[in-house]
Ligand binder design. Structure first.
Ligand code: ASP
Length: 325
């Protein structure tokens, strides 16, 4: 049997070592992919899994160029009939960003599954082996074909388009917010409960094959009395701005003035600091020229806006993409 899973290892807590038994104050990048795979020998029988260390960093150090590299490698390797799925081991802090970028840019139905751990391998409560086992099992499964990029964590399968890190300490760290999980992993068996209704993978219009650098989109976080000059400085240095607004994507009069100045030059998308709900059209969008981010979190809106700008700078078309992806 030549069928195999390709694992890209990038680092994160799943690669970390710290004080014997303890959960915090550890160093990422201490264990490589061979060490991770040796901790889950049983899973290798599910499909022959091959590991490749492409980085060994904390996920705060993952860059947009790393996303482009991963997407291009997956798109190239997916042409190999013997590769039936992909796993990416990744730090949890920016996992939802890499997952969403790949969800919009990989051109394959084959499963692409991200996982990691909240506890270093040296902790008594190390969760890396279980998560990696479940990720390899999911990537090997026929039921996972065509489901889009997924994050597997602590027995839950999350769809990339809504996944968010919801807990910065406990192993059950990821969720799909109001939209829930796609399903569970019961040991090596996926139990799917729902599917994404959004466009992903082979059904997106984003072709990154010729893209070497992504349009630069920054996120501005609004809070009471926040300095509107932050927006003006960002506008000088970027191709688009996402605002993490208060409530349903709101900000004060001073920020509205700044957005009105900027929005003729670059798109400005309103999203929200709040995990759940929808940032719908508001009359302010006509007044200041902003777009509304619907259910996208600020980090997801930033990725979508950056990819949208590889295709168009037409605001109506970008607004349509915010609804479709
Ligand atoms: N520092 C880690 C990271 O690389 C956190 C984790 O993986 O849980 O994101």
């Amino acid at each position: 049997m030549n069928k195999r899973i390709h694992i890209f290892a990038t680092g994160g807590t799943i690669s970390a070592a710290g004080s014997e038994g303890k959960t915090s104050n550890y160093y990422d990048g201490e264990f490589d992919i061979d060490a991770l795979m040796s901790s889950i020998k049983g899973a290798i029988a599910l499909a022959s899994a091959e590991g490749e260390q492409i980085l060994n960093v904390s996920s705060e150090d993952i860059s947009c160029n790393d996303w482009l590299y991963m997407a291009k490698r997956i798109n190239e390797m997916a042409k190999d009939d013997d590769i039936i799925g992909f796993v990416i081991t990744h730090g949890t802090n920016t996992m939802e960003e890499t997952a969403y970028f790949l969800n919009l840019t990989v051109k394959t139905d084959k499963p692409v599954v991200l996982t990691g751990s909240m506890r270093p391998a040296t902790a008594n409560s190390a969760d890396g082996p279980q998560n990696l086992y479940e990720a390899i099992a999911l990537a090997s499964s026929e039921e996972a074909v065509g489901k889009g990029v997924m994050v597997v964590f602590s027995d839950a399968i999350c769809g990339a388009e809504r996944v968010q890190k919801m807990n910065c300490f406990r192993p059950d760290a990821f969720g799909g917010r109001d939209f829930g999980y796609l399903g569970y992993m019961q040991d090596n068996v996926p139990v799917f409960l729902q599917e994404s209704a959004k466009r992903h993978t082979v059904n997106t219009e984003f072709d990154i094959s010729g893209v070497d650098k992504l349009p630069k989109v920054e996120i501005a976080y609004f809070y009471a009395d926040a300095d509107p000059d932050v927006l003006r400085v960002m506008a000088e240095r970027s191709d688009g701005i996402v605002i993490a607004g208060a409530g349903s994507g709101m900000f004060n009069k001073a920020w509205k003035e700044a957005v009105a100045e900027i929005s003729g030059r670059i798109p400005v998308v309103r999203s929200t600091r709040i995990a759940n709900g929808i940032v719908a059209y508001d009359h302010a969008d006509d007044e200041v020229g902003s777009l509304y981010g619907l259910t996208h979190s600020p980090v997801h809106a930033r990725i979508l806006l950056s990819l949208a700008l590889t295709v168009t700078d037409n605001k109506a078309k970008i607004q349509k993409m915010l609804a479709e992806y």
